[in-house]
Write a protein that binds this ligand. Structure first.
Ligand SMILES: [Mn+2]
Length: 325
C-alpha cells in the first residue's frame, strides 16, 4: 500500500502541474495521465500533459479533447512554468524520449507514480507499488485520497488502463483490488463493452484478410512445439493491409495446444525482415533474439534482420530448433 500523504500535501501546496509518461504510450500511460490531470483540475489546479511522442492512432479515442500534447508542438518555456512535474507509468529515463531532457532541466518538485519494478533516479518522490496491476489503479487511489469525486471523464480512461494492463483481467497480477477498482470505475460511468469495441473492433477488412494469409502460412515443427508463419510483401499488396496490421497476429499461434515457441517473419523490404518471437513456459526467446542483435523479454522478443525473408527464416528457425533440443 502506498502512503499517498506526501503527494497529497505536494498537490495541495501547488497550483500548476506538468504530467508525462513513456513514449509509445499505451492505455495505462494515457489513462493515468488523463485521470490525474482531470483530478487536479477538479481541485482547481492547472495541469498540462506532454509526451515525447504522439498518442498512437489506435488509442486516440481515449483522449477525445486532445489533452495529451506532443513535445514537438509545445513551446519549451510553457513547460518550465509549472511547479511540479509528475511522471506516470514509467521509472526509466530511456522511455521518456525527448521528455527526459525536459525533466532533467526542470527546476520544480518531481514525483513518480508507477508500478514497474525498474527504477532510475529521477530525483523525485516515488509513489510505487510493483504489485499493482496498472498505474491507472494507483491514480484511482490517489483520486480518492485527494477527496475528488470520480467523473465519467476520469473513469473511462482509467478503466481502459486497467483492462489493457491486465489483458482484460486475466494476468496473474489481477487480484481483488483490481476488481474493486473496476467496480468503482464502472459505477462512475466507464463502459466495458464500449472500451472493448473501441480498442478491438475498429479494424479494416484488409487487416482481417491479412490475418487469413498469416494463418494460412502457419507451419508446425518439433512435434508441435515450434510454430511459425510469415507475411510477404505480396501479401501486403494483395490485401491492402499495413505493417501495423500484423500486430498481435503472432499470439494466435500460441492458442494451439503444445506450442512452446512461435515466430512471425514480416517482409518489410526485400532486404529487411522483422521477426517477432513469443514463448510459453520455460522457453527463452530473448536468448534467440540476442543471437541476431535483437532483444526483448523471455516470453516476447523481436529482431530486425538485414536480409531477405527466406534467409531470415532459415537462420532464425535453425536457432529455434537448436533451442528446442
Ligand atoms: Mn502500466
Amino acid at each position: 500500500m502506498i502512503n499517498w500523504q506526501p503527494l497529497v500535501e505536494l498537490i495541495n501546496a501547488n497550483e500548476s502541474f506538468l504530467i508525462t509518461s513513456h513514449c509509445r504510450a499505451d492505455c495505462d500511460a494515457i489513462g493515468s495521465e488523463l485521470g490525474l490531470a482531470l483530478a487536479l483540475e477538479a481541485l482547481g489546479k492547472r495541469a498540462q500533459i506532454v509526451n515525447g511522442d504522439e498518442v498512437p492512432e489506435h488509442i486516440t479515442f481515449m483522449d477525445p479533447e486532445g489533452r495529451v500534447q506532443e513535445l514537438d508542438h509545445v513551446p519549451l518555456e510553457t513547460l518550465r512554468q509549472h511547479q511540479v512535474f509528475i511522471v506516470v507509468d514509467t521509472s526509466a529515463w530511456g522511455q521518456l524520449g525527448p521528455m527526459a531532457d525536459v525533466l532533467r532541466g526542470f527546476a520544480g518538485e518531481r514525483a513518480v507514480i508507477d508500478h514497474h519494478v525498474s527504477e532510475d533516479d529521477f530525483n523525485a518522490q516515488v509513489f510505487k507499488d510493483s504489485n499493482a496491476e496498472a498505474t491507472g489503479r494507483l491514480i484511482l487511489e490517489l483520486i480518492e485520497e485527494l477527496g475528488v469525486e470520480l467523473t465519467p471523464e476520469m473513469a473511462a480512461p482509467l478503466f481502459a488502463a486497467i483492462a489493457t494492463d491486465t489483458g482484460w483481467f486475466r494476468f496473474s497480477s489481477v487480484k481483488e483490488p483490481a476488481f474493486k477498482a473496476l467496480a468503482k470505475l464502472v459505477a462512475a460511468g466507464a463502459s466495458p463493452p464500449d472500451t472493448f469495441s473501441k480498442l478491438y473492433e475498429q479494424h479494416s477488412l484488409a487487416r482481417l484478410h491479412l490475418r487469413g494469409r498469416i494463418l494460412d502460412h502457419v507451419k508446425s515443427e518439433c512435434d508441435g512445439r515450434l510454430m511459425w508463419t510469415y507475411v510477404s510483401r505480396q501479401d501486403f499488396q494483395e490485401t491492402g493491409a499495413q505493417i501495423t496490421d500484423t500486430e498481435d497476429a503472432i499470439n494466435m499461434q500460441l492458442t494451439v495446444a503444445g506450442t512452446e515457441a512461435a515466430a512471425l517473419f514480416v517482409e518489410l523490404e526485400p532486404e529487411v525482415t522483422k521477426i517477432s518471437l513469443r514463448a510459453r513456459g520455460d522457453f527463452d526467446v530473448r536468448a534467440i533474439a540476442a543471437q541476431f542483435g535483437g532483444g526483448g523479454h523471455r516470453a516476447a522478443a523481436g529482431i530486425t534482420y538485414q536480409g531477405p525473408r527466406e534467409e531470415a527464416q532459415t537462420a532464425v528457425l535453425d536457432a529455434l530448433r537448436a533451442g528446442m533440443e
